[in-house]
Structure formats: C-alpha cells, structure tokens
Write a protein that binds this ligand. Structure first.
Ligand code: FMN
Length: 214
C-alpha cells in the first residue's frame, strides 16, 4: 500500500517503484577493471528496485584510486558493461552508470610511479590507502594544468558516450565524497588562482564543464 511500491515517471524514465539503489563501490572487476558475469548477477539480483545506480566507475586510467574497481574507458570495459545492461534490460529497471575520478584520493602505485592529480598540491590527511603494493601514506598530488583540465573534461565526455554504447539509461556524475570534483569545489583542497579557483563560481567551473560535456 505504500507509495514506495507505486510506479513513478521521471523525464522519459518509467520506474516500477520508488526504490533506488545508491551507488556502492566494490572491487570485483579484476586488475583489468572489466565488468564480468559476477557483476551482471549482482545487479540482476537487485533489479526489483525501480532504479539502479552502479558502483563508481573510473572515466580514465588517471581516475583510478581503488583496487579492482571497474572502468569505462576502453572497448573491453564497454563490452563488459553491456553484459550487465543486457541482463537488466528484461527486468524493465533502468540502470545508470556512476562516473568517477578519484583525483588525489589515489597513489602513484596506481599510476606507474607518477603522482595522482588534483585541483591543487594539497595532500589528503587520513588513513592509509590500499594500493596494489600494500597500505601506503597518501602523497601530495600534482595540480592539473589548464590543458590537463581540458583533457579530463574530455575523459568524462568519452566515458558518457561509452556508457551510452554500453546500454545504460543514464549516468550520474560523482561530485561528492572527497573525489576530484569535490576537490575542485572545496576551498580547503582548491587553492588555485586561475579561473578554476577562488570564488564559488570559479571552484564550480570544472564541475560545470564536466556536466556540460556529459
Ligand atoms: C559500501 C559503500 C560503498 C559506497 N560507494 C559509493 C560510490 O561508489 N559512490 C557514491 O556516490 N557513494 C557511495 N557510497 C555512499 C552511498 O551511495 C550513500 O550515499 C551513502 O551510504 C548514504 O546513504 P544512506 O544514508 O542511505 O546510507 C557508498 C556507501 C557504501 C556503504
């Protein structure tokens, strides 16, 4: 009898109920970060929800910061995600892909020895990070140049196109929880003196460009 179990239309989506699965990171995609049958089963098992949002999925190699989380930046990944969306399609539940870039919440162990990137050179104060080579201290990231920013925005654009090819009904851009977009938004981690830092409008600029590209 609850409204929770009544259908709902949002835009061109018809949800069979009002329960949505929140995006939840896991590490089941293996070293190549390619979605697999186990992941297709996992989302299928949850498809009685009205809407599924996937675990955060990195838009580029540089976006990586979590062991064995999936990506959406090469053909094998697109094909892997297609296995997931094909399995969900008959259930009538739309599935969205969450687009992710970890920024400084990463480690050079993920990047062939090169430092992770961020809005500014501000190190994450926190627990150790799990890298493929063990538990490590966070490092001071390399600030993105303006050209790097353009390239990163383009990575989000390509990832969104890949998501479309993979059969997703939509995407969600991860803007929270201390990852790259959040690092631009927050004055604690964004000390830039160009048009991407300072005022709220400037700190929002990177996110805005990502959203427009997506
Ligand atoms: C295991 C786990 C993994 C999560 N991974 C993500 C993630 O990949 N992306 C994200 O935006 N939020 C992530 N979250 C946050 C959840 O999506 C959700 O926003 C958070 O748990 C707050 O909702 P709640 O109050 O209903 O728990 C994660 C939460 C949990 C418990």
């Amino acid at each position: 009898m609850s409204n929770l179990f009544k259908p709902l239309s949002i835009g061109n989506l018809n949800l069979k109920n009002r329960i949505a699965m929140a995006p939840m990171t896991r590490g089941r995609a293996g070293k190549e970060r390619v979605p697999n049958d186990m992941m297709a089963d996992y989302y299928y098992q949850r498809s009685s929800a009205g809407l599924l949002i996937t675990e955060a999925t990195v838009v580029s190699k540089q976006g990586i910061g979590w062991i064995d989380s999936p990506g959406i930046f090469n053909d094998a990944m697109v094909y892997g995600w297609q296995k997931v969306t094909n399995k969900i399609k008959p259930t009538g539940t739309p599935i969205f892909l969450q687009l992710w870039h970890c920024g400084r919440a990463s480690h050079s162990d993920f990047h062939d020895g090169k430092l992770p990137i961020s809005a500014s050179a501000v190190k994450l104060n926190g627990d150790l990070i799990h890298t493929p080579l063990g538990k490590k201290e966070y490092e001071t990231p390399r600030p993105l140049s303006k050209d790097d920013i353009k390239e990163t925005v383009n990575d989000y654009r390509k990832a969104a196109m890949n998501a479309k090819t993979a059969g997703f009904s939509g995407v969600e851009v991860h803007g929270a929880n201390g990852y790259l977009i959040n690092q631009f938004l927050d004055s604690k981690t964004n000390h830039r003196d160009d048009q991407y830092g300072g005022s709220l409008e400037n700190r929002f600029r990177f996110f805005k460009e990502v959203l427009e590209a997506v």
